[in-house]
Design a binder for this molecule. Structure first.
Ligand code: NAD
Length: 249
């Protein structure tokens, strides 16, 4: 089940954290993985470990997104799977947030996602096959967190994009879905500080943070041919964090 043998997958933000976990699970499922990241050194290292390839990619640069996708198809002949995972999550209170803070988050998380998805759809349309998996978040679409109003807007926006885009490309054999992680222990999350991590552990029924591979397994399912009849949907992977407890339990 959920084998990806012979398929080519581009994972953005694959040099670290959740992207690295997704890349590792797709590799285990048989895919040839290409890591697309601004961090060349770490990206090349992950690519070597997975027997895959690396492309230098800044998702905020539309021309660079097109070049990275062209590099993948020139080297490997096709692009079956795009995991659009790149994201940043700096905190800023509403009182202190500047327009530049806002723009930076939207530029990477929202416009960057649009640019790499748009580029990847070109070969996918020609192949009449493609799987796009966006890494969104529970923060924004379902929950909120003080200091993340710009981030929450970007993550909710990703899902709005996904639904309309999924309808546009369905006739071309392409699906677009999203994974919505809860709190996953990555370098990005660790940067939020120990008190944030303790608060997040306490919020999960098992008191455990997720692993990048937990997200990778959900992404692998959505990237598989078995998920052909699922599009424009999202899977929450949060250890039960968002489940409301019944008051009379
Ligand atoms: P991370 O900071 O550990 O890794 C992010 C990766 O993206 C890095 O490899 C970085 O070099 C790369 N990157 C940053 N800017 C880039 C750009 N402009 N172009 C290309 N690559 C770029 O982050 P993470 O925790 O692994 O998060 C990955 C995704 O998961 C993000 O979209 C984030 O919003 C989402 N997410 C994370 C969590 C969590 O708990 N860690 C929870 C919900 C959603």
């Amino acid at each position: 089940m959920f084998r990806l043998d012979g398929q080519v997958a581009l994972v953005t933000g694959g040099a670290h954290g959740i992207g690295r976990g997704i890349a590792s699970v797709l590799h285990e499922a048989g895919a040839m993985v290409v890591i697309g990241d601004i961090d060349r050194e770490a990206g090349e290292q992950v690519a070597r470990e997975l027997g895959g390839q690396f492309v230098c990619l800044d998702v905020t640069d539309a021309a660079n997104c097109q070049q990275a996708v062209a590099a993948v198809t020139e080297r490997l002949g096709r692009l079956d799977i795009l995991c659009s995972n790149t994201g940043i999550f700096p905190q800023a209170s509403l009182a202190e947030m500047t327009g530049d803070d806002w723009d930076q988050v939207q530029s990477v998380n929202l416009k960057g996602m649009f640019q790499i998805v748009q580029a990847a759809l070109v070969p996918m349309r020609q192949q009449r096959y493609g799987r796009v998996v966006i890494t969104s978040s529970i923060t924004g679409p379902i929950t909120g967190f003080p200091g993340w109003s710009h981030y929450g807007a970007s993550k909710a926006g990703q899902l709005g994009f996904m639904r309309s885009a999924a309808l546009e490309v369905a006739k071309d054999g392409i699906t677009i879905n999203a994974v919505m992680p809860g709190n996953v222990l990555t370098e990005g999350l660790q940067a939020q500080g120990e008190s944030y991590l303790a608060q997040m552990r306490a919020a999960v029924p098992t008191h455990q943070l997720g692993t990048p591979e937990d997200i990778g397994h959900a992404a692998c399912f959505l990237a598989s041919s078995e998920a052909r009849y699922i599009t424009g949907q999202q899977i929450v992977v949060d250890g039960g964090q968002i489940l409301p407890e019944s008051p009379d339990a």
